[in-house]
Structures are given as C-alpha cells and as structure tokens.
Design a protein around this ligand. Structure first.
Ligand SMILES: *Cc1c(COP(=O)(O)O)cnc(C)c1O
Length: 424
C-alpha cells in the first residue's frame, strides 16, 4: 500500500513560520476515525473499554480526543497516573499495569482508585503491606511461558519476558486473593508486540478465555474483565497489509461465544490497552534537510535526531519517509538519513531509495504518533521538540512547546552554575 503523508509541503511551509522544525504533528481526523472504528469493533461487548497506553503518547490534548470515544488510561508509572488523574479521568477508567513497581506508585494508584494489575505473585503481599488492605477489584498479569505462535508462526517469546505470573502462580494467586476478600478479578496478558495480523487478539483471547474458565472452576473467583492489553500493530512498511479492527473484534466475539458464554461467563467485559494502534499512524516527525554529505555513502543530515525518534536507532525499526513536495518523483537515489548525535546509529534510514533530496527539503517521517516523542531523551544536550495538532478544519495548535535550554538546565537551578548560564 502506498504510504502517504497527511501533511503537504505547503502546509509545512506555513507552519514553520510559527513553529520551527523539528516537530511532531498529529492528525486529529485520523485519530478520531480510528478510535470510532475500534469502538464499533467491540460494540458487541457491553463492558468493553479501551484503556489507552499513556506511555505511547503522553499528551493530554490527544488523550482527551480518545476520551470522547470512551477510552480510559493505562498507566505504567506515577507521573502517568498523575497526568490521567489531573485530566479528570475517573479511577475506574484508569488501569495501572506496571512491573517492578515501587511502593509509592502502588500507594498513589490505590489513592486515586485506579484498577491495579499485579505483575507478580509476590506483589500480592507487597501491595497489602504497602497500602494496608487489598482493593475489592484486582487484576493479575499472566505469562503462560514458551513461545506464542499463530498457526506455527512464532510471534514472540513470552518465556523469555520478565512480565507476569506463571500458570501455577496465577491459580495460587487467585485462591489467595479470594481468601483475602477480593471480589472482582481481571486477567491480563501481553504476549506479542506490534502484530500485523488479524489473528493476534483472537488467538490471545482463546488462551485467556480458556484460562479464565478454569480459574473460575478451580478457585471460584468472579472474573469481571479480561484485558487483551496492547500489541495490535501498524504497517510501518509500505508492503504490509494493515490490520482490520472490525475483523479483529469479530474474531474475539467468536471465541467469546464459543468459550465464555457456555461457561456462564457471558458478562465478562473485554478490555484493551492499545497504544501503537491508536496513535502511531497519526503522527509524523517533520524535519528539515540541513546538509548533504558525499563520502563512502550518500548522507542526508536533518535537524531531527534519535532523541526525537528513538525506534530506528534502538530497534533498527523501519519508518517510512516522504520527501514533501516530491511525492510523485521517482525514488532513484539511495541515502542514509542521519541526525546529528555523536552515535553512528543515529540514522532514520539506511540505504533508503528516495527521490533526489535538496538542502531545505522537508521530510515527513511516518508513524511516529506512538512511542515517538514519548521515548525522547536529552543525549548530547539535545532538546525535545514541540508537538502540534492538525485539527480537522486544517488549523494547527501547539499542544506541547519545545524544550528550551532553561528546561534542560532546570535540575541545576538550586546550584550556583545555573546563575552563570547565559540564556540569551
Ligand atoms: C506498552 C504497553 C501497552 C501498549 O502497547 P502497544 O504496543 O503500544 O499497543 C499496553 N499495555 C502494557 C502493559 C504495556 O506495557
């Protein structure tokens, strides 16, 4: 499928008069259409709720759009909980799916009434000690171990992942929690990441639903929700077929009716914690070409770098690039597109076929709406960019300003050196 940018060269030339590159820009129209489709895909389940994985794109303006479609928040840390709470998200609409959790984060989650998803058997005692009681509703994260496969295709390796209870621990944990007075139980699992197949959720659902039936039979626990978590992917590459969320929702419904309904569990709510699927395609990192370099290879140097988008450097991830204004030009040049970090892996693309690029061109780097800005850091003293929202009416709003040197040096503000810094 041809990947097209949701911005044009003309629009970017207008925007940079106010907001210089690099920046992340998000497409409100795309976010809304996708959130609506997700809601429709699971409308068959009355309790259905998407808890948006805040870590993917922790921006309140974007999360507020999702809330219009019934989404809550899935948080992994105290600051994410603070943000969700400050936005007025109600406790029951906040999931706290963390691991290796510090005591104060459990305490804060309990204080604001978030649903706690325990990552480990030992956290039952740790939570009880920390807050002095166990909430009436609790969830446990399940890791069945081994490999996770879909029709003989290995998707991921949960046996090698740090997350979750083993099968034995899950059954034992439910028994203990029930004895201790927990009334409503949830099961959560995240067994494969960035899956581009309509089979992931239905396959995962089957595993979880079968486990839920056994748990109910063996422990008598009242299971009120099953959380399929994240993992629905997006087609980063042009040759990938996008997921069809309606087909995925239908696939989960079939398994639900086959396994849960006959077991008398037709009232179980389905939860999801999607991050990437909700946002990734609706963000671009827009960057300007500063330099061309001809050495042993052809390099294009841009004004963004890996601190703005870490995935290529960290995972060798592919992110499609559109040279704005040259959408229809032949891709008859081969470039490495680089940032300015003193790190040779600071490359947005390696040996990429692109149209001929000139200094001053604007590039739209695709699919940066999730795990993009959010993974940013400050190596080499680089500052984080602004985030902009392209509204449906074509107007553009600043939804996070760019960092300034004052932000970068703020943690020295109690030291004398701070007064010596020339911010002019
Ligand atoms: C990261 C994460 C998600 C979101 O994952 P995506 O791949 O962005 O869908 C959901 N739940 C948990 C617990 C996570 O760690």
């Amino acid at each position: 499928m041809k990947k097209e940018a949701f911005v044009t060269k003309e629009l970017i030339e207008e925007i940079v008069k106010t907001y210089p590159t690099p920046f992340h820009i998000y497409d409100e129209k795309g976010i809304r259409a996708n959130a609506k489709a997700l809601r429709e895909a699971f409308a068959w389940n009355p309790g259905y709720k998407e808890f948006f994985a805040v870590k993917a794109t922790p921006n309140p303006f974007l999360i507020d759009i999702l809330r219009e479609y019934g989404c809550g928040c899935d948080c992994s840390s105290r600051t994410e909980l603070m943000l969700s709470h400050a936005m007025g998200v109600k406790g029951e609409d906040i999931m706290f799916s963390s691991n290796d959790t510090p005591a104060e984060e459990f305490a804060y989650a309990a204080k604001i009434g978030a649903t706690i998803n325990l990552d480990d058997f030992t956290h039952i005692a740790f939570l009880e000690e920390t807050i002095g009681y166990l909430p009436k509703t609790l969830s446990c994260r399940y890791n069945p171990g081994g490999y996770f496969s879909i029709s003989n295709n290995i998707m991921d390796n949960p046996g090698d992942a740090k997350y979750g209870f083993t099968t034995e621990q899950l059954f034992e944990g439910f028994k203990i929690l029930k004895q201790k007075g927990v009334e409503n139980f949830g099961i959560h699992a995240f067994l494969a990441s960035n899956t581009v197949t309509n089979e992931y959720y239905p396959t995962l659902a089957r595993k979880l639903f079968e486990t839920a039936v056994k748990l109910k039979e063996e422990t008598g626990a009242h299971i009120t929700f099953i959380n399929l978590s994240g993992g629905i992917g997006v087609p980063y590459r042009p040759d990938q077929e996008p997921n069809d969320i309606l087909v995925i929702g239908e696939g989960v419904r079939k398994v639900y009716e086959e396994i849960l309904v006959p077991a008398g569990m037709g009232d179980v709510a389905i939860y999801t914690e999607l991050g990437r699927f909700m946002m990734a395609p609706y963000g671009h990192l827009v960057t300007k070409v500063l330099h061309e370099k001809h050495t042993y290879k052809e390099y294009i140097g841009v004004d963004a770098c890996a601190v703005n988008l870490m995935r290529p450097a960290m995972y060798g991830a592919y992110h499609h690039i559109t040279v704005l204004g040259k959408e229809d030009a032949p891709c008859d040049h081969v470039y490495d597109v680089t940032g300015s970090l003193c790190e040779n892996n600071d490359k947005f693309a390696i040996d990429r076929e692109l149209p001929e690029i000139e200094i001053g061109d604007y590039l739209a780097i695709h699919d940066t709406g999730a795990h993009g800005y959010a993974m940013g850091y400050n190596y080499n003293g680089k500052l984080k960019s602004a985030e902009l929202l392209l509204h449906e009416d074509g107007s553009v709003e600043l939804i996070r300003r760019a960092e300034t040197p004052r932000d970068y040096f703020a943690t020295f503000d109690c030291f004398d050196i701070f007064k010596q810094i020339d911010f002019e």
